[in-house]
Design a protein around this ligand. Structure first.
Ligand SMILES: Cc1cc2nc3c(=O)[nH]c(=O)nc-3n(C[C@H](O)[C@H](O)[C@H](O)COP(=O)(O)O)c2cc1C
Length: 304
């Protein structure tokens, strides 16, 4: 018998635990190249209330075992998204998770209100890694109080589950996770990118025009695993793990650490077809190891 790859998170039924991470995969767009219905869920690039041009180039740099990006949440704004992308994406069967970002609590709230009127959205992911302009540009997710304010504002305006996507750029990610859950977050996604920079010695200049960028890819996997494990010990809500995942064994590591599902990010940029391969490999691994269900791995890490 084929192993069961299905998982359930916050009432969302996923046929397998693998989905793209926000901003790393063309949604819509990639349906022209692969069957999106084979994925566990679909997660779109973060949407803001107003259109954003993003940061000036260069905004991508390759690093050892990863990359830096400072895209700056370039997106066409929520109204355009609803009129265009949402129409195209709602016809696919995997649950659609819409990522919301904003620079004030009010922007998150208003974007949620507009999305809430639309059909075809299964859940929201709240990207609290965005700079909070009311706090001197410090990301919401760097403060428990600011995280709580955003989550509460979104929660008040929706009947759909919300996943707060945490930043690892904090002293204690558990404190922020608990704040998000207390404010009503139904689940958590972790982690977003790690703040970094790259320098061009010849030019004596930063490689990125924004100076700083978010580090992602295999380099951050151990940090992401540690964060998932720590948070899973402290909260009861489901966790979606992300950070450097590029293989079926990476997926199982995150499940063992306590995630119920995973997102693939930078690996999609290296190989846009990697998710179907990971899903096929996952099934093969479970079959070869006599596991009836992928759920057997969730939180099953042995520490003594
Ligand atoms: C080019 C690029 C754009 C991204 N855009 C977003 C975004 O819009 N919203 C968000 O929450 N995360 C964004 N991320 C972060 C990823 O979703 C993911 O959390 C992070 O890259 C870690 O996973 P990975 O190591 O598998 O890439 C972006 C990452 C990259 C590389």
């Amino acid at each position: 018998m084929k192993p069961d790859l299905g998982v359930e998170i916050c009432g969302l039924k996923l046929k397998n635990p693998v989905m793209p991470s926000s901003g790393s995969f063309g949604l819509p767009g990639y349906e022209e190249y692969m069957d999106l219905n084979g994925l566990g869920a679909l997660v779109v690039k973060s949407i803001t209330l107003h259109p954003r041009a993003g940061n000036p180039p260069p905004r991508i740099a390759e690093t050892t075992a990863g990359m830096l990006n400072a895209v700056g949440i370039q997106n066409p704004g929520v109204k355009w998204f609803i009129k265009n992308d949402l129409q195209r994406l709602r016809r696919f069967t995997p649950p659609l998770i819409v990522s919301i970002a904003g620079t004030t609590v009010e922007e998150f709230a208003q974007a949620t209100e507009l999305l809430e009127k639309e059909e075809g959205i299964a859940a929201y992911e709240i990207n609290v890694s965005c700079p909070n302009i009311e706090a001197g540009g410090r990301a919401f997710g760097m403060s428990a109080a600011a995280t709580q304010a955003v989550v509460a504002a979104v929660k008040e305006r929706t009947r759909r589950p919300i996943f707060t996507k945490l930043t690892p750029n904090v002293t204690d990610i558990v404190e922020i996770a608990q704040a998000a859950v207390e404010a009503g977050s139904d689940g958590l996604t972790l982690i977003n990118t790690l703040l970094g920079m790259a320098i061009d010695v010849k030019l004596r200049r930063p490689v990125l025009a924004n100076v700083f960028g978010g580090l992602s890819g295999p380099a951050i996997k151990p940090v992401a695993l540690r964060c998932v494990y720590q948070v899973a010990q402290a909260v009861k809500v489901p966790i979606i793990g992300t950070g450097g995942i590029s293989s079926a064994t990476d997926v199982l590591e995150f499940l063992l650490a306590g995630a119920s599902a995973v997102q693939v990010g930078t690996a999609n940029i290296v190989d846009p077809y990697i998710m179907p391969k990971i899903i096929a490999d996952l099934e093969k691994y479970l079959e070869e190891n006599n596991a009836a269900s992928v759920r057997e791995y969730i939180g099953a890490l042995k520490t003594h």
